[in-house]
Design a protein around this ligand. Structure first.
Ligand SMILES: Cc1cc2nc3c(=O)[nH]c(=O)nc-3n(C[C@H](O)[C@H](O)[C@H](O)COP(=O)(O)O)c2cc1C
Length: 338
């Protein structure tokens, strides 16, 4: 997590002066949709443990600002509840591919039917959560209390597999959930199953190696998300910003490359996009907003981020997110040469 942040210090912005920056455009286009800013809300599971508004608070804030919200598979509110709250506002669904194919298909179909416009398959958690000493010390494992299971408790296919409904036997539901949620046997060979299942754009989240980016493209993925799960899965792994340039080179502009990990300020967004990403996902910042003030807190985080990106873009001498490129940046250690 610290490496993700630190990597931003390796790049400096070299601004241009006296260009007209009166009318600025923060919008980005992705899969045929135009969004008002170059960031989305990342999938963060089990939001009910942090605020009673849970994902519905996040969803309302995202709707108000027309920022896409990516709903996690392990959410505290269901696919349909979030969709109802969001109306026509943009939303994506993040898939943890359970080791039960019927349930996986059911989740994807429900997301399609409920108006989600992309599927984001997260692949860095197949074997389980990373070794998280603080979670272990604090006995923080919300699934054991049935938290984060809204999409399963409401899933017709999941329910059929239970002898008694969860309302009568929650223990059995938790037990089945824990048997199916991890999927260490999921490999590239199975990706065509998902590709053929839906017409929605499919992205793979958790890519850090250019070769994996090539494999994803070769299997018809519509996009990738360069991510290390915010540093929560494998301590000491490569910072996402350090992984980005080689992946951008491997992809050669053929599909959008999204990015997350350590985005905290407008300048972080500018640097990431200058290095070739199309858009970024925001994780912890909005969940801190939710923790402090529910929907209002998330709205404020989104507003602040939009304001920060806008003024930083202007101060960099640029007027459009779509137009910035690597020429905006210099490596921090060789800056003195310029
Ligand atoms: C509390 C928490 C829960 C998360 N839950 C999920 C999840 O359910 N699915 C997923 O794909 N990623 C999950 N992530 C990873 C985020 O989607 C994202 O990759 C990461 O938070 C980005 O880094 P940042 O927090 O530094 O912005 C979670 C991250 C956090 C901090």
């Amino acid at each position: 997590m610290r490496s993700n942040r630190k990597a931003f210090l390796d790049w400096h912005i070299r601004p241009r002066m006296l260009r007209d920056i009166t009318n600025r455009d923060l919008s980005v286009s992705l899969f045929g949709h135009t969004y008002p800013a170059p960031f989305l809300l990342a999938p963060l599971g089990i939001q009910g443990v942090i605020h009673p508004d849970a994902e519905l608070g996040t969803a309302r804030a995202a709707s108000k600002m027309r920022i896409p919200f990516t709903l996690s598979t392990v959410s505290s509110r269901s696919i349909e509840q979030v969709a109802e709250t969001m109306g026509s506002s943009p939303r994506w669904f993040q898939l943890f591919w359970p080791n039960d194919l019927d349930i996986m298909k059911s989740l994807v179909h429900r997301a399609e039917n409920a108006g989600y416009s992309a599927i984001v398959l997260t692949v860095d958690t197949r074997a389980g959560f990373g070794w998280r000493p603080r979670s272990i010390r604090n006995n923080f494992y919300p699934f054991l209390q049935g938290e984060g299971m809204a999409n399963f408790l409401s899933d017709p296919v999941f329910r059929v597999k239970l002898k008694q409904p969860p309302e009568q036997n929650m223990y059995a539901a938790i037990s089945l959930f824990l048997q199916i949620i991890w999927n260490p046997g999921l490999t590239w060979e199975q990706i065509p199953i998902l590709r053929n299942l839906t017409k929605l754009p499919v992205l793979i989240k958790g890519i850090l190696h250019p070769e994996d980016a090539r494999l994803a493209m070769g299997l018809g993925m519509d996009g990738i998300v360069v991510s290390n799960h915010g540093g929560r899965q494998l301590d000491g792994e490569i910072a996402t910003l350090d992984a980005l340039p080689k992946i951008i080179d491997a992809v050669e502009g053929r599909i959008p490359v999204l990015f997350d990990g350590g985005i905290r300020e407008g300048v972080d967004v500018l640097k990431t996009i200058a290095l070739g990403a199309t858009a970024v996902l925001l994780g912890r910042p909005y969940i801190y907003g939710l923790a402090v003030a529910g929907e209002r807190g998330v709205t404020q985080v989104i507003r602040n981020m939009m304001g920060d990106i806008d003024i930083s873009l202007a101060n960099a001498g640029e007027k459009s997110i779509a137009e910035i490129n690597r020429s905006l940046l210099v490596p921090a250690d060789v800056e003195c040469e310029y």
